[in-house]
Design a protein around this ligand. Structure first.
Ligand code: SAH
Length: 426
């Protein structure tokens, strides 16, 4: 397929995990991809081939098959690939990247394990794996190190490899992972590269159906544990239980996972239930762009001075407490982001919030109404507080209420910029 934006196209393919063979100078690929290099375990093969077919250089993706691919291309061109990966050269295998059907029980040990072998350690193989026995690894029956090959204890689906740095009694250790990620408000361009990498390597997806739909490009062939369940604690428990079985689980929230989202539910359930089976799980929380940030960016800089966020949902806290917080925030002259403003069941809360706000803010205070940010049907409107009604918002809307200092600037197209000055003169 022809394309004209070389850099953007190559970077987009790389981030999606597509193997790249460039018939061009290695330097062009290096400079193009430098800004998007992040995780060597997930990056696709990137190979430079000299335009006259005289050289093949695997540049990236040594753990995802770049050396084998370069060797295959070189064979077709009747030359030798410029393989520089030490483990591959010495042992003819990359322990960090076993072939499909094998899974590393402790991937974090693989690199130091290889370094030990390069430094002279020997290895005893327990169990069977033809790709290992056919390699040039320094095997010895009384090896200082052991590689154990077992069936996966939880699923039986993939053969399991355990690298023991010293000869240990044969035990299978499975450490599951739970990544709690935020995908941003909607569009792929607002998802961080780190989240993208995690979504690509996960085995199991847990989340509210709407959020799993937002990441469906990543879930092909993976286990999806969708829920319509509003009980977030149950979802958190399910994700932890799957990780305890040794699976690589990703719990998906929109926006940021720590802002009115699943990360908190996970820590609540861990704290409350203290289940010992969850102790070995490697938990990671990965940030995302929250709805209020995307809303602010769409209209200028309304969060440019002190601000706060308040959820108008009274499912988990009583309305009296929410009302008290709105009073305190209004009195303190914060810009306020309202999350969960209106739902089919909760229809009066936004009107009640407006009544409270009007005691402290003038009716001309700018209010940003941002709906479906980054998703199809995005709308962003700025109206004066005096005109705000519950009909302006729903579950997919976030509101930003200006402080007494928030200002608007007319734009040539009739819309306005909104900003809150950094200085605070009365
Ligand atoms: N974790 C999310 C918030 C989840 S609470 C975040 O950080 O953004 C759900 C509320 O977030 C919605 O009721 C709405 O107020 C807001 N929200 C989430 N995504 C949105 C979007 N794409 N556009 C507008 N508001 C959104």
């Amino acid at each position: 397929m022809p394309f004209d934006k070389f850099g953007d196209t190559v970077r987009a393919l790389f981030v999606q995990g597509t193997p790249i063979i460039g018939i061009c100078a290695a330097g062009i690929l290096i400079r193009t991809l430098a800004p998007v290099l992040s995780d060597k375990r997930a990056e696709p093969p990137v190979i430079a081939v000299a335009e006259d077919g005289s050289a093949v250089v695997p540049l990236l993706g040594g753990l995802t098959g770049a050396n084998d691919l370069a060797t295959a291309i070189a064979r077709a061109l009747d030359i030798t690939a410029a393989v520089t990966a030490t483990g591959q050269l010495r042992f003819n295998v990359v322990l960090e990247a076993p072939p499909s059907g094998y899974r590393l029980a402790n991937p974090d040990h693989a690199k130091s394990f290889t370094s030990d072998l390069l430094a002279g350690a020997t290895v005893k193989l327990v169990g069977e794996a033809p790709w290992l026995s056919q390699s040039n690894l320094p095997f010895s029956v009384d090896g200082t190190h052991t590689i154990e090959v077992t069936d996966h204890p939880a699923t039986g689906s993939a053969t399991h490899l355990v690298y023991h740095p010293v000869a240990l009694p044969v035990v299978t250790v499975t450490q599951g992972k739970l990544a709690i990620v935020g995908t941003g408000p909607g569009a792929a361009r607002w998802m961080s590269p780190e989240v993208n990498t995690i979504l690509r390597s996960a085995t199991d997806f847990v989340g509210y159906k709407t959020y799993l739909d937002l990441v469906k490009d990543f879930t092909h062939g993976k286990q999806c544990h969708e829920s319509d369940n509003r009980v977030e604690i149950d979802r958190a428990r399910q994700a932890l239980d799957l990780a305890a079985e040794g699976r690589s689980v990703v719990l998906v929230s929109s926006g940021d996972p720590g802002i009115y989202a699943m990360a908190t539910a996970v820590f609540e359930v861990i704290d409350r239930e203290a289940n010992p089976e969850w102790q070995a799980i490697e938990i990671q929380v990965t940030p995302g762009i929250s709805a209020m940030q995307a809303a602010a960016a769409a209209v200028g800089a309304p969060l440019g001075h002190d601000f706060c966020a308040i959820s108008l949902s009274d499912i988990l806290k009583p309305w009296s407490m929410i009302e008290q917080r709105i009073v305190a925030a209004a009195q303190a002259d914060f810009v306020i982001a309202f999350y969960n403003p209106v739902s089919t069941q909760r229809t009066w809360q936004l009107d009640a919030a407006k009544t409270v706000l009007q005691q402290w803010r003038s009716p001309s205070t700018p209010v940003v109404l941002a709906r479906n940010l980054g998703r199809p049907g995005q709308t962003v409107q700025v109206i004066p507080l005096g005109q705000l009604t519950a009909a302006h918002a729903d579950m997919r809307t976030v509101l930003l209420i200006g402080s007494s200092k928030t200002r608007t600037i007319q734009r040539p197209d009739g819309s306005v910029w909104v900003y809150t000055p950094r200085t605070y003169q009365p």
